[in-house]
Write a new protein. Sequence first.
Length: 70
Amino acid sequence: MTATISREELQKKINGVDGFTLVETLPPMAYRNGHLPDAINLPPDQVATRAHEVLPDKTADIVVYCASLT
């Protein structure tokens, strides 16, 4: 199931104790310049080829964060 959460909901997840995987779909340079705590970088052009290795647990709670660079 795919759902959208608010910034406030994401902040609660980050501050909470519930385990989840946070994925940021930023280009590598943007990720190196700054990212959310404990986020995994998975650039948009690598999702199809690397998602299975970076996110092996298909039942995990996964939050994908997409930032606009404009």
